[in-house]
Design a protein around this ligand. Sequence first.
Ligand code: KIV
Length: 269
Amino acid sequence: MSAIREVRRRTVRDIRNAKGKTPVVCLTAYTAPVAKLLDPHVDLMLVGDSLGMVVYGFTSTLPVTLDLMIAHAGAVVRGSSRALVVVDMPFATYQESPAQAYRNSARVMAETGAQAVKIEGGVEMAETIAFLTQRGIPVMAHIGLTPQSVNTLGGYRTQGRDDAAAVRLLADARAVEEAGAFSVVIEGTVAKVAAEISAAISIPTVGIGASAECDGQVLVVDDMLGLFTDFTPKFVKKYADLATVVSEAAGAYAEEVRARTFPGPEHVV
Ligand code: KIV
């Protein structure tokens, strides 16, 4: 037997089995080169519809299209070999009916090579999650602050603030678990509620702006790399300051071009 063990890609089963054992490490990714850099470090890469705001400069995720998600998801799959790749289903591509969700999710799976899709919603999406999982499409659910519902939520507000809201969130978590989701993102939710949900259900919870007691954590990669200079949400920890690195590099390049010191003799043929 060869001494070299091939590193295989993580499966939804690996993520489900991590519950109670090891924290699930997750970051968003939108491009092949960044996926390649993240791949050795994370268990799960999420091609989030946050790309609408992060990459395309929209003010919400609502304008993101299926074609856009498919293009970026294909790039992330090609740039990775180890992490599970999950693709966000964008607004209005799955909410209408289980059949609509199946048709569009099947396109994502077939055209990108990703291993699962993510859809926002709890109790109201349980029928759709069951429809997809029973037909070969693994689903990661997303409850709490669901950005595609920003207009009905009345803004990007922390969820689970009172007892009734906490009860509703627990019902959402139980419904998506029962429907067959392999994992659930809990976003922008009071820490105590997210911790209670994590203890109550059998599938891993992945928190963002939720609780350290979730079974895993996810951050938007551009946020944790410090690529933004304006607003940083409280739940984001910057592990690098790439905004400064990019700005200084661009400044140094501009200076050298203007001074005619770039290209130097070593850069020309
Ligand atoms: O779109 C996204 O990046 C997400 C994460 C923030 C969970 O849904």
